[in-house]
Design a protein around this ligand. Structure first.
Ligand SMILES: Cc1cc2nc3c(=O)[nH]c(=O)nc-3n(C[C@H](O)[C@H](O)[C@H](O)COP(=O)(O)OP(=O)(O)OC[C@H]3O[C@@H](n4cnc5c(N)ncnc54)[C@H](O)[C@@H]3O)c2cc1C
Length: 555
């Protein structure tokens, strides 16, 4: 196994450009990276294969677009199969920017740089710093660090992987049936197959079949609050809650953010958010989360995880939050940002295979393990479409199962086009899933045709479900009024609810985003009428802080 520095490779058929970019990159990155150069696409591809065979890490490939025998976009696409997490950047002349944008959309490139890049401090290094930062967050070194050993299709392993990924904790996954190191490590740790899943910590501690709380404690995640009283407690650390934490802390409020699972919420599970302002080539949910949680904590917000709230009691100006572990937290204002999740599918056998081949939402961890497999996505909305596009990078075949005849009414046009262009993604219209089967892990699915009621039984490796939503509002008391689906009413909407007059005793009306309990605000997908977008959740999270600030100023 190689222990050398990770590699940045530059490719250009113009020797003077190649020398210049290599020189600039070396001047800044040589302490941590090896900067290699290649004069053609073929030469670069050979070098990349050689690096792979030696076990070296490729952090970034920067390639010129117009090269005689291989276009930059084609080279970068090929390299993705060899090094899936390496950052891939196209170097273009101004006149080629259209090709670069097309490359970002079609070949999922991470960025494009324009020639010339002078001065590099302005036009080269900031972009490269940023890309290397995201690569470091995703890259898993071959040895050392945290290791999880388990069965691929076990619900317990899935839960731990999901928790580690949500909390942005790097780990190496070793599948007991496939990875030759797995059994050796397990035996060396004095454990057996019965102890799986097993988590091996860096200091040699082995956690056999641990629960999430035990893992959080062993990894030093903060679960206890530092203060007795807060100005603002934000429940839920999805985009809305993270934005509230950033703005609450930056306004100087004593701010506590907590989440039952990990930061990021639904957005954290998204493999690529394409429509968030300021990220022209898209941003992964985990990257956006990594930045947001670092920003909130730097500004002074406290963050507790995994900490779930089960009740709220408004006691005059003070609000008491009761946690599922029995503890209580006290605050003067609350932002409820607990979002929502996908509705459970009613097909027979689904619940028994949850986490063992059946997944709700797009879990990027599980998606990668579907390499060369046959998978189905159930649902026809944008999230289902994004998941199918992402899965197409790994799986041999991806089917989208929908009850309707087509996707027109439920999916954005750009996604329909993207799907149509992918040769390994197929639409399965007028079809419903009726039953799933397997022996410990999902193996088969029974699909019924809505057109003629015939049933087909097909082999399948994984099913990803996106069929409507359920709000996380159970923890709120009955005095926080909701609509018939359980989404929280705020502002003018709540004044029209039947029980409003019985509950609201203030002389003023609730302000926008305020619930039927004064000083308790709701932001993001939890709110009735939410836009269900990252940007709108972030906007509401920021706005709710301003309203909480005004509320505190007048109480
Ligand atoms: C696969 C996928 C792809 C998506 N892609 C895009 C996209 O490309 N662009 C876009 O704009 N939008 C996208 N969305 C939608 C977007 O992610 C959501 O609109 C956004 O995440 C909503 O943010 P939120 O903070 O309101 O809630 P959530 O993201 O739902 O976060 C809620 C948080 O609250 C926590 N929580 C829940 N209950 C409790 C409790 N009782 N105690 C403590 N914590 C609790 C949860 O653990 C969670 O972390 C996507 C969604 C999914 C699922």
């Amino acid at each position: 196994m190689s222990q050398t520095q990770p590699v940045i490779m530059v490719v250009d058929d113009d020797a003077s450009v190649l020398a210049a970019i290599r020189r600039d990159l070396r001047s800044r990155y040589r302490e941590e990276y090896r900067v290699l150069a290649a004069g053609s696409g073929e030469e670069a591809l050979d070098s990349v294969k050689e690096l792979k065979s030696r076990g070296d890490a490729l952090a970034m490939l920067i390639s010129d677009q117009r090269m005689p025998s291989m276009l930059g976009v084609d080279l970068l696409s090929k390299v993705r199969d060899i090094y899936p997490v390496a950052r891939r950047v196209l170097l273009t002349a101004y006149s080629d920017v259209k090709a670069a944008v097309r490359g970002i959309n079609e070949a999922h490139l991470d960025h494009y740089l324009e020639k010339p890049w002078e001065p590099p401090e302005e036009h080269l290094f900031p972009a490269v710093d940023d890309l290397l930062g995201t690569w470091q967050a995703e890259y898993r070194p071959e040895i050392g660090g945290l290791r999880l050993i388990g069965h691929q299709w076990s619900a317990g392993s899935h839960q731990i992987k999901d928790f580690l990924a949500s909390n942005l904790i790097p780990y190496r996954w070793l599948e007991i049936d496939r990875d030759p190191d797995a059994l050796r490590l397990l035996e060396a740790a004095g454990k057996t197959i019965e102890d799986l899943p097993a988590l091996l910590l860096e200091d040699g501690t082995v956690l056999a079949n641990p629960d999430i709380r035990q893992i959080a404690e062993s990894l030093g995640l903060v679960m206890a609050a530092a203060h007795d009283l807060y100005d603002l407690i934000i429940v839920g650390a999805g985009p809305a809650g993270l934005a509230s934490a950033v703005y609450g802390a930056s306004e100087g409020m004593r701010t506590l953010l907590l989440d039952g699972h990990g930061p990021g919420g639904q957005a954290g599970a998204s493999s690529r958010i394409e429509n968030y302002l300021g990220f022209p080539s898209g941003v992964s949910g985990s990257e956006l989360t990594r930045r947001a949680i670092a920003q909130a904590q730097r500004l002074g917000a406290e963050f507790l995880v995994p900490v779930s709230v089960k009740d709220l009691c408004a006691d005059g100006g003070y609000k008491r939050l009761l946690l599922t572990d029995g503890r209580e937290l006290v605050t003067r204002s609350v932002i409820a940002a607990t979002g929502m999740t996908y509705r459970e599918h009613s097909a027979e056998g689904i619940a028994a295979h949850n986490g063992a081949g059946v997944y709700y939402g797009a879990s990027s961890t599980e998606a990668q393990s579907c390499r060369d497999g046959r998978v189905l996505v159930i649902g026809g909305g944008n999230s289902a479409g994004q998941c199918a596009v992402y899965l197409s990078r790994f799986a041999r075949e991806v089917g989208i199962v929908i009850r309707r005849a087509d996707l027109k009414a439920t999916m954005s046009h750009y996604l329909i086009d993207q799907i149509a262009a992918l040769p390994n993604v197929h639409l399965r219209p007028l079809t419903v899933a009726e039953r799933v089967e397997g022996n410990g892990r999902l193996e088969r699915i029974h699909l019924r045709s809505v057109a003629d009621d015939t049933i087909t039984i097909e082999d399948v490796d994984a099913v990803f479900i996106f069929i409507g939503t359920r709000p996380h509002s159970d923890w709120l008391p009955a005095t926080v009024l909701r609509n018939d689906k359980g989404f929280v009413l705020t502002g003018q909407d709540v004044t029209r609810a039947g029980d409003f007059a019985k509950i609201w005793k203030e002389t003023r009306e609730p302000v926008a985003l305020e619930t039927s309990v004064p000083g308790v605000f709701a932001a993001g997908d939890l709110r009735a009428g939410a836009m269900n977008r990252v940007a709108s959740a972030v906007g509401e999270g920021a706005m709710a802080v301003r309203l909480a600030w005004d509320y505190l100023a007048h109480t």
